[in-house]
Design a protein around this ligand. Structure first.
Ligand code: SF4
Length: 303
C-alpha cells in the first residue's frame, strides 16, 4: 500500500490530484458509511438537503470564534475578547450562509440572544481547559489531503494543528455538541485518526497527540497513535472505500439503526422508521472526484 502527498495547506484543487486518483473521501462521509450505509447514501449520493440545527450552528460559530481568537496578539486572547467575537462572527456567518438566519425566524430575538449566550458558555469551557495566550497554532481550519492506495484522495479540515519546537505534531479538534459524548466518541476518534494518517503520509511524522477538546464538559481527551496503528487504519479506510464502491454498484445501502438515529435528519425516508428512500439516482456521468471539487464538511458542522 502506497501513499502520495498532495497538499497540507489551504487548498486542494483537482489540478493537484494525481491522474491515478479515482475517488475522494472525507472523514465525515467515511464515518457516515461506517455508522449507517443508508445515511451515507442520503448524504453523499442522493445529496438530500439537511437544514442546519441550532446545535450545528452553535458549533460552527464557536469554531469561527476560536479560529479568529488566534488572530489576536497572544496577550489579548482572553475570555472577554472571545466573548466580544461572538456577535460579529455570528453576523458574518449569517451573511455567508443565509439559511442560518432561518433558525431564529419571526424575529425570535430572545431565542437568538440565548443562542449567543450558549455559544459564549461553550467558550468558557474552552478557557477552562486551555490558555490560548500560551499557544501559537501552526495552522487553523486547514484543509489537508493525501492519496492512499494510489487511487483514493482522503481529505478534511483540521480545526487546529500545533507544532512543538522539536517538530512534534498535535492535532486538535473542538467538540461542541450537547449530545451524550459516548454516542459520538468513536466517530470523533475516527476523524482524528483520519487526519493523523494524512499528516503522516504527507509529512512523514506520526502526530504525537490527537486531542479532543469537549467544550461543554470542559474536558480533554488525548490519544497517542503509532505508525502500526495508522497503517492498519489506512487499510480500514481503503476497505471502507471499496465497500462504498460495491454498495454503489449494487445500489444497496442498508439502514443500520443506532443511538445516532436520534440525530439523523432523514428518519422520514428510512425503512427503520417506516419510510421509503427515494429512487436511486441515475449516475449518468459518474464523477468520482466530485467531492474533491467541493469542500468537505467544514469545521463545526459535524458535531
Ligand atoms: S434513521 Fe438511523 S438507520 Fe435510518 S438512515 Fe438515519 S442513521 Fe440510518
Amino acid at each position: 500500500m502506497t501513499a502520495q502527498p498532495v497538499t497540507t495547506q489551504q487548498s486542494s484543487t483537482p489540478a493537484d490530484v494525481p491522474a491515478t486518483v479515482r475517488a475522494s473521501l472525507s472523514p465525515s462521509r467515511a464515518a457516515d458509511f461506517k455508522t449507517c450505509p443508508l445515511l451515507y447514501r442520503f448524504r453523499s449520493i442522493d445529496r438530500l438537503p439537511e437544514r442546519p440545527t441550532v446545535e450545528q450552528a452553535r458549533g460552527t460559530l464557536v469554531h469561527a470564534v476560536l479560529e479568529r481568537l488566534f488572530d489576536l496578539p497572544a496577550t489579548g486572547r482572553t475570555p472577554a475578547a472571545a466573548g466580544d467575537l461572538v456577535g460579529p462572527q455570528w453576523d458574518r456567518l449569517v451573511t455567508e450562509q443565509p439559511e442560518l438566519a432561518a433558525l431564529f425566524a419571526d424575529g425570535d430575538s430572545p431565542a437568538a440572544a440565548e443562542f449567543l449566550r450558549s455559544a459564549a458558555a461553550l467558550l468558557e469551557g474552552y478557557f477552562a481547559v486551555e490558555d490560548p495566550r500560551r499557544l501559537e497554532p501552526a495552522e487553523r481550519e486547514s484543509l489537508i489531503s493525501a492519496v492512499v492506495d494510489e487511487e483514493l484522495l482522503i481529505r478534511g479540515y483540521v480545526d487546529r494543528l500545533d507544532v512543538a519546537p522539536d517538530g512534534a505534531l498535535r492535532v486538535v479538534d473542538y467538540k461542541t455538541g450537547g449530545a451524550p459524548r459516548e454516542a459520538f466518541e468513536a466517530r470523533a476518534l475516527f476523524q482524528l485518526k483520519f487526519y493523523a494518517l494524512v499528516l503522516w503520509r504527507t509529512r512523514g511524522v506520526v502526530p504525537r497527540v490527537l486531542r479532543l477538546l469537549y467544550l461543554k464538559d470542559a474536558e480533554v481527551c488525548d490519544y497517542a497513535p503509532d505508525a502500526d496503528e495508522l497503517l492498519r487504519f489506512e487499510r480500514t479506510v481503503v476497505a471502507l472505500w471499496r465497500a462504498i464502491e460495491q454498495a454503489t454498484a449494487q445500489q444497496d445501502f442498508r439502514p443500520r439503526p443506532s443511538r445516532l438515529c436520534d440525530w439523523c435528519s432523514h428518519q422520514a425516508l428510512c425503512p427503520t422508521y417506516g419510510g421509503t428512500p427515494p429512487p436511486f439516482p441515475t449516475l449518468a456521468a459518474p464523477d468520482p472526484l466530485r467531492d474533491a471539487r467541493s469542500h468537505p464538511t467544514p469545521p463545526g458542522a459535524d458535531e
